[in-house]
Structures are given as structure tokens and as C-alpha cells.
Design a protein around this ligand. Structure first.
Ligand SMILES: C[S@@+](CC[C@H](N)C(=O)[O-])C[C@H]1O[C@@H](n2cnc3c(N)ncnc32)[C@H](O)[C@@H]1O
Length: 267
């Protein structure tokens, strides 16, 4: 049984979004086996043919956990997802805000709404060989995503769509503060561009989720390169499901450059 009506609503929305209610089969490619597989869906190992998210049950629960923590602890800011596909994880974030009567936080969806870019191997050697741009199934238009929100009656002015490649659009994210940043771009370029623009806006104690940390080595490399770039010490990554990780931003782990300059200029 559910704990209360909030839990009943959110648990049911989650099950509708990840397809565990309807058990839709996966999209077939590579060595994907036909037919619905409960374990694959729990861990987000398949690409559902109908359901609105491919992150699976555990990573969807992590969206709820991080947002509810931010709400409970008054950590200011929006939920921003870079890489939304059919919109499921962001729809769930909007449902969490609705369930907790949060009217001053927005859900910001950033995507080309046309699939991934071809790798820029010269600029980002880690993306060499990436072929996600060849998968038509990853290109979902903004109209389809808006319709998916409407099906849950969750499309309103707290939902913002930023359309285009991250390299062009990250500057258009107007959120002053971010409580939860969810990175799901599957490439080095698609992870480091959002980090460079958006990590500075993540509130102290806000969350950063890296959806594809353990399955896309280029995304993992981008996270570590960015954190090294800003001198962030000891990020305490927590495991979600063996695929994704998340960590809390702690501003004390970022060296204070102006202080550092003052100290070194005295010596
Ligand atoms: C794995 S899917 C996201 C899955 C989604 N979070 C879910 O809930 O199912 C990756 C998405 O990232 C988008 N994407 C990847 N790199 C991008 C880039 N550089 N600019 C814009 N969109 C990008 C793709 O269009 C695609 O929709």
C-alpha cells in the first residue's frame, strides 16, 4: 500500500512514465531481446517503445528523492534536465513539484528535440566513435514532448523548453539557481557544455545527477575533467543503480580563487 496520497500519486505517475504498468516492449536494436523484461526496465537498460522515459524505475525514483530533499531543506532553484528524449524524467519532476505545491520552481528541459549531434572529434576526442546521432529513435520533437506533458495534465508556465544544441543554448537557461541538475546527454560534449554553464548556478547542497556515468565513458570523463578544471575536491559520488550517479554540490569544495590570488600575491 501507499504511504499517503502524495506517495500514491507520485508512485502511480512514475509507473505510468517508465512503463512498468503497461509493460511495453523495448525498441529493438543491436542485441536487444524482444519482449518486456522487468529487470531491464528497473535499471533503465532498455529503450521503451512507448513509455516516456528510458531512465528506468531506480533513476526515476532518484529524481523524486533529490527534488524532495531540496524542497524539504529549502535548497533554492529549478530542476534542469539536459537531454530529455520523450520528457519522462522531467514530467516526473513537474509532478513532484505539483505534489508538494511548489509554485516558484520551474522544470527546464534542454534538448535539440532532434537527437544527438555528430561527434566533433577534433574538439572532443572522447566522443570519437560515438554513433548516437545515427539513431532516429533518439530524435523526439518538442511538440511530442509537450503533448506528453499534457497527457499528465502537467504542462503549464512552470515548464520551460530550451530548444537547440547545448553548445548554442546553455546561455539561454535563465534559471538563477538550480536545485537539481540532471545531465543526460550521452556524450562528452553534451555533458561538459551543460556543466560549464550550469554547475555554477547549482545551489550549495543542490544535486547533480549524471545519468550515464557508468555506461558512457565519455560522459564520465567530461564530469571529471570539468571538476578538475574548477578545482573541485573530492566529489562524493553516490550510486543510483550501477548506471547513474549523483552528488551534492558543496561550495566549500571549490577553491576561492580571489582568496587564493591574495595569498599567492603576498608571497
Ligand atoms: C538518453 S536521451 C535522454 C533520456 C531522458 N532523460 C529520459 O528521461 O528518457 C538523450 C537526449 O539528449 C539529447 N542531446 C544529447 N546531446 C545533445 C546536445 N549536444 N544538444 C542538445 N540535445 C542533446 C538528445 O536529443 C536526446 O533527446
Amino acid at each position: 500500500m501507499f504511504e499517503n496520497t502524495t506517495d500514491a500519486y507520485l508512485s502511480t505517475v512514475a509507473r505510468a512514465l517508465d512503463g512498468t504498468i503497461y509493460e511495453d516492449p523495448p525498441i529493438l536494436f543491436g542485441d536487444t531481446k524482444p519482449g518486456y523484461d522487468a529487470t531491464n526496465r528497473e535499471y533503465g537498460w532498455d529503450w521503451p517503445s512507448v513509455s516516456f522515459t528510458m531512465v528506468g524505475t531506480k533513476r526515476l525514483a532518484n529524481v523524486r528523492f533529490t527534488l524532495e530533499t531540496a524542497i524539504r531543506e529549502n535548497i533554492p532553484g529549478d530542476f534542469v534536465e539536459t537531454g530529455v528524449w520523450r520528457g519522462g524524467a522531467s514530467i516526473f519532476a513537474r509532478a513532484v513539484l505539483f505534489a508538494h505545491e511548489q509554485t516558484d520552481r520551474r522544470v527546464v528541459l534542454c534538448d535539440s528535440f532532434d537527437g544527438l549531434p555528430a561527434p566533433d572529434e577534433e574538439k572532443y576526442p572522447h566522443d570519437k566513435g560515438s554513433d548516437f546521432h545515427t539513431y532516429d529513435a533518439l530524435a523526439v520533437s518538442v511538440d511530442v514532448v509537450k503533448r506528453n506533458f499534457e497527457k499528465f495534465n502537467l504542462l503549464d508556465d512552470q515548464v520551460v523548453f530550451i530548444e537547440g544544441l547545448f553548445k548554442d543554448t546553455m546561455k539561454d537557461v535563465t534559471s538563477e539557481k538550480i536545485a537539481v541538475l540532471r545531465l543526460d546527454g550521452d556524450m562528452y560534449e553534451s555533458t561538459i557544455d551543460p556543466l560549464r554553464h550550469l554547475f555554477p548556478k547549482v545551489s550549495n547542497n543542490g544535486w547533480v545527477i549524471v545519468d550515464d556515468y557508468h555506461v558512457v565513458p565519455a560522459a564520465k570523463a567530461a564530469v571529471h575533467d570539468y571538476l578538475d578544471e574548477i578545482g573541485y575536491e573530492d566529489p562524493d559520488f553516490q550510486e543510483i543503480d550501477g548506471v547513474g550517479v549523483y552528488f551534492r554540490k558543496n561550495t566549500r569544495k571549490i577553491p576561492n580563487k580571489s582568496l587564493w590570488k591574495r595569498v599567492t600575491s603576498r608571497t
